[in-house]
Design a binder for this molecule. Sequence first.
Ligand code: CA
Length: 301
Amino acid sequence: MTKYKCKLLPFERIDCLSLQDAKQKAGWSITAFDLPKSWEKTQGEGVVIAVLDTGCDLDHPDLVNNLLPGINFVNPKLPPIDDNGHGSHCTGIICAENNEIGMVGVAPKAKVRPIKVLDKNGNGNMLHVAEGIRWAIDQKVDFISMSLGCPVPVQQVRKAIQLAAKAGIITFVAAGNAGLTKEIFYPANYPECISIGAIDKDFNRADFSNTGHNLDFMAPGVDIFSTVPDNWYATLSGTSMACPFAVGVAALMLAHKGRSALNSADAFRAAFKEHTISPKTSKFYEGFGIIDPQKFLDATR
Ligand code: CA
């Protein structure tokens, strides 16, 4: 079974803040791209995203209204409760509510189906990931977000991603946190996926962000403030945080413009490519550039 082991991309936990102390705070990734301006057009209404991760805090006050039923492949007898924190953090980046508390996600009216495929230590089985993708297809989600990976390909996962693609569901995957690599991790490396690397608040590539020829886009992934279990928040860094940001932008786009530009990873890549902040180095290091939600939403295609 070791062949199918996968691991959460590691992250650093920096600080926590209890809900009682929190007034809603817009993180740098929200203000840098002036997302409140985008929200005048759309907040991701009607879009559903499957998040394959450690589960989610199903009662978090900043998430509870945006969660749809999920599933637990680690312990099928239980709901997809987050016993790690990573999945709740990624979910908040997509869809934490625009209210008086905590923080706000990129698409604060989008919905998430939490699919637990990683255990409390962030370890998982790639066969569960493949099952999770198939379950997401059956639920007819709009996008799949996976902040997980490993350096070796697993055919069962690729097959599931190809099935999702056939159903018109685009899969976004974090590129990995191993720094300067020859290739980004799997499943991000598959052409059927949109792979996402991380930038910091100065829009520079994060040192930990994997490099490789199949890297597609960059998004905020350093010092990202989001939800963690038990009504808490934390600031974390990783390409894990960049991937849900990109999915949030995709949700805004889908809600605003409909499915025409978003029916395949290739179509999406082609559309996104024209509306990035250009990379400072090369595709190998920064993909086609930094996703710019404003440019993307304003574009005619
Ligand atoms: Ca909030």
